[in-house]
Each structure stands twice: as structure tokens, then as C-alpha cells.
Design a protein. Structure first.
Length: 162
């Protein structure tokens, strides 16, 4: 039996045009997988906090993406309220998964933009290229956002046995 780690992302798009829910499976880049294994085996300290960001480039995440390269390659989107990326606050693991459903990341847009997806990084600053890239996901269809639109992001990290 094998176990495969991964995130399932739920994006709730709230705008004057209504409410749309988009569910996507992620890519965990090698940097994130290696970090996860090293923390589990006590080789490196765990991160105190993780953060969710968005990207607006027509980019498809690849296994070689890192926190250093991803914000530039994917064109991080930063026109939303707040000084930094949104905290990814998860509940304790249960049933082989952990999630942020009690405290979803919420982005209120301050400018027009097209969003292609999201990511989880250990760095909090918008546009930061330090830390660890844990997850990246692209929407099946890009979403156009206007000022005051809201994007609520939930993510579940789980282990899937095969």
C-alpha cells in the first residue's frame, strides 16, 4: 500500500454576479514534498505558519517550482486587502487530513484582475521569494475579479492510500 499526499482546494467566488464554487486538486512541488518529509523525520524544523497567495499569470505549476521561482513565473496577484498573503490556519489532523474550513483565507479584491490559481508558501509577504512552496493549483478556467469581489479559499491536506 502507498500513500500520496495532496491538497484539495475549494474556491468560493463571491461577486455581484453570484456565488460560484470551484474545486481543484493540487500539485505538491518537490520542494514542498521534501520539506514535509524532512519535518516528519526531524531533519528540519517545521514552519510556524503557512500562507495562501494567488497568481494571475497564464501558468501551469510544475514539480520543479520553488518559493524562489514561483511568484515571478506565475505572476503573483497582490491587489487584495491586507499587507501580506492570507494565513493558512488549519485544525488538528483527523481521519488522515487537516483543513482550514473553520478559518478560510478570504481575499477582497482592490483592483481588476484575472486569477489563474493559488498557492501555499511559508513566506507571508506579497511577492516574497523566500521560504518553502508547499502547494500550487491552477483553476480549470481563469476567474476575472473586480474590486470588492471576494474569493474564499479552503484547502484540505490529506493522505490518500492506494
Amino acid at each position: 500500500m502507498h500513500a500520496k499526499p495532496g491538497f484539495i482546494w475549494t474556491f468560493e467566488h463571491l461577486s455581484k454576479d453570484g456565488h460560484v464554487v470551484d474545486v481543484q486538486h493540487n500539485l505538491m512541488p518537490l520542494e514542498g514534498l521534501n520539506h514535509w518529509i524532512d519535518v516528519l523525520l526531524g531533519k528540519t524544523p517545521q514552519q510556524a505558519q503557512w500562507h495562501i497567495g494567488l497568481f494571475s499569470g497564464d501558468y501551469t505549476p510544475v514539480p520543479g517550482d520553488t518559493a524562489l521561482t514561483f511568484p515571478v513565473q506565475a505572476t503573483e496577484f497582490t491587489a487584495y486587502e491586507g499587507a501580506g498573503r492570507k494565513p493558512f490556519v488549519v485544525a488538528s489532523a483527523s481521519g488522515g487530513e487537516a483543513h482550514n474550513h473553520a478559518a478560510p483565507a478570504e481575499f477582497t479584491f482592490t483592483a481588476n484582475g484575472t486569477i489563474y490559481g493559488g498557492f501555499i508558501s511559508s513566506a507571508s509577504g506579497k511577492g516574497a521569494t523566500s521560504g518553502v512552496l508547499l502547494s500550487a493549483v491552477r483553476f480549470a478556467v481563469p476567474k476575472t475579479k473586480e474590486p470588492t469581489d471576494v474569493l474564499r479559499v479552503k484547502a484540505v491536506l490529506g493522505l490518500i492510500s492506494d
